[in-house]
Design a protein around this ligand. Structure first.
Ligand SMILES: [Zn+2]
Length: 319
């Protein structure tokens, strides 16, 4: 049997990017399971949400956005520190780059390693990698909440921390008037979860409860299509929760009896595959996800993923 290619390194087919207008001046870019982006128009500026992996990748999105508005980007909001969300930031020429304070710390602590790891795992998401000028540094951070007044009659954009989740520093962006939530990687809509830096127990309970409590009528997750309508929003949140609780249950049982990482992986794969196995990046993510659940159940903080550790965990779990 042929060996499975490492992570998403063999995934070279381009995905189609679609700009959707969710409300007047509110935009989402989805891309068939690749990372999503968003933008919200203020009276005389734009707030962009997420930055993709390279400036060249981000420029393709900005060209689409520029068909709708030519206002300058005042704020670039980053939902968390992962390379495929942040390293394209320079293309936006934003006045302010906003992130959670933990995200700034994580970039300082492990940004370089994460860049190398993600490039190795998903090279297709890094067009013209030489266009990346260096790590992206947030210039405004907060711990609980930050509000951006959009000006005129446009209301506020609320940025909030809902607890530990996909990383230690995820934020969501909420438009109370339009009831639209940009959830970052805290919610995936029919895409597999990457949880290699996650806090599964908190994410699957208090954090997702807070996300659900917004009562969003449209939700843009980290990957997958826009959830439109309260029912679809709730389904996306509960699919995400189900993925997490299944992992906790399966890895927990193996962990309890002192089983190996490989046994935990096989049990989790068998439990998740019928419902989630056909979703984008499932096979890519699961080895890293299971390794992190084992660490979390052992009381460890997320270990820094390096290109070398990626390969070691991957090789250990392939047949
Ligand atoms: Zn992420």
């Amino acid at each position: 049997m042929a060996t499975k290619s490492f992570a998403s390194s063999a995934d070279t087919s381009a995905k189609e990017q679609t700009l959707e207008v969710l409300a007047d001046g509110v935009y989402a870019l989805t891309a068939e399971g690749d990372p999503n982006l968003g933008a919200v128009e203020g009276e005389d500026f734009v707030v962009c949400f997420e930055a993709l992996a390279t400036p060249v990748a981000a420029e393709a999105w900005l060209r689409k956005l520029r068909e709708h508005t030519d206002k300058p980007v005042r704020y670039l909001v980053l939902s968390h520190y992962h390379a495929v969300r942040v390293l394209g930031a320079s293309a936006f020429e934003a006045d302010v780059i906003v992130a959670h304070e933990n995200t700034r710390d994580l970039i300082a602590e492990r940004g370089k390693e994460d860049w190398e790891s993600e490039y190795g795992r998903m090279p297709r998401l890094f067009p013209s990698p030489e266009s990346i000028p260096g790590l992206t540094w947030p210039t405004a951070t907060f711990s609980e909440r930050m509000t951006i007044d959009l000006g005129g009659e446009r209301g506020d954009l609320v940025l909030e921390f809902c607890g530990h989740g996909h990383t230690a520093g995820d934020l969501v962006a909420w438009l109370p008037r339009q009831k639209i939530l940009f959830a970052g990687d805290l919610v995936e809509a029919e895409a597999a979860l990457y949880t290699g830096d996650a806090f599964h127990r908190e994410w699957s309970s208090g954090t997702l409860d807070r996300v659900a409590a917004y009562g969003a009528e449209q939700l843009v997750g980290g990957r997958g299509g826009v959830a439109r309508g309260a029912e679809a929003v709730s389904a996306a949140i509960e699919q995400t929760r189900g993925f997490l609780t299944t992992m906790l249950r399966e890895v927990g049982a193996v962990h309890e009896r002192g089983g190996t990482l490989k046994e935990a992986f096989q049990a989790t794969h068998a439990a998740l595959a019928p419902r989630y196995g056909h979703w984008p990046i499932f096979e890519h993510c699961l080895p890293f996800d299971v390794a992190r659940v084992v660490d979390e159940l052992s009381g460890k903080d997320p270990v820094i993923w390096t290109a070398q550790r990626d390969r070691e965990v991957w090789d250990q779990l392939q047949d």
